[in-house]
Design a protein around this ligand. Structure first.
Ligand code: ACO
Length: 209
């Protein structure tokens, strides 16, 4: 059964690094997903929720089918929008809209990662802007929130650039890298801005349609 805004693709948006798109995760992402996730453990681990088993066991290519199917099932049920981020047609990270709640809340969280070798080229900023526009325009959400560790300067810059605003500190909010960690709560509301998040990047000369 399809849900509002899912399955879907978004983009293209061109940034310094190339052409960025969002599309649903798929089973054949296994090899690239696993290669980046295993190579980039020390870059990803400080920011990612803890999970069962070792990093290696959670991220070998054979782990992907069940991760991917769980994400896609949640997408079919309207609880999640699990996007792959593509750069020039190649998988380079993930952007997930999760815990979609409708009714009087109309809210969800958003999170992302981009392969280390491609960092600093505007990819996450473009992907987040596309995710925000999709969440508001196609899914019909009113609010998107994100949580970010105070030490994660790169992610805080991405969120700020797209227009997320600080809403407070969540004490020892999430178990990350072996400890309960404080997180900033940031959010963007559909009525914060009259136009699209990608449009704002284009006007700042950070992206092109
Ligand atoms: N200190 C301060 N700012 C930094 C740093 C740093 N060490 N490193 C990068 N930046 C800034 C850049 O200058 C840029 O800001 P600007 O647009 O104002 O110039 C911004 O951070 C990076 O922008 P992009 O190039 O669009 O982002 P990128 O594609 O490199 O991806 C990301 C950023 C997703 C945080 C990537 O580094 C990553 O995957 N990190 C590991 C996983 C992670 O932290 N995920 C986010 C968790 S929080 C969440 O999901 C809400």
């Amino acid at each position: 059964m399809s849900q509002p805004g899912w399955p879907a693709a978004a983009g293209p948006v061109t940034v310094a690094g190339g052409v960025v798109r969002l599309r649903p995760v798929r089973l054949r992402d296994a090899a690239t997903w696993s290669r980046y996730r295993l190579n980039d453990e020390d870059y990803l681990r400080p920011w990612e929720p803890s999970g069962p088993g070792t990093w290696e066991s959670r991220h070998r290519a054979t782990a992907w089918p069940s991760v991917c199917m769980n994400l896609r099932n949640a997408g079919r049920r309207g609880m999640m929008l699990p996007f792959a981020i593509e750069l020039d047609g190649q998988f380079c990270g993930q952007l997930t809209i999760g815990n979609v709640v409708r009714g009087p809340l109309c809210s969800a969280w958003i999170g992302y990662w981009v392969a280390r070798e491609l960092a600093g080229q505007g990819i996450a900023t473009a992907a987040l802007a596309m995710g925000v526009d999709h969440g508001f325009q196609a899914v019909g959400l009113h609010r998107l929130e994100a949580t970010v560790r105070p030490e994660n300067d790169a992610s805080k810059a991405v969120l700020r650039r797209v227009g997320f605003r600080d809403e407070g500190l969540l004490r020892r909010y999430l178990h990350v890298d072996g400890e309960w960690r404080d997180h900033h709560l940031v959010a963007i509301l559909v009525d914060d801005y009259p136009d699209s998040a990608v449009g704002r990047l284009v006007r700042q000369n950070r992206a092109q349609w």
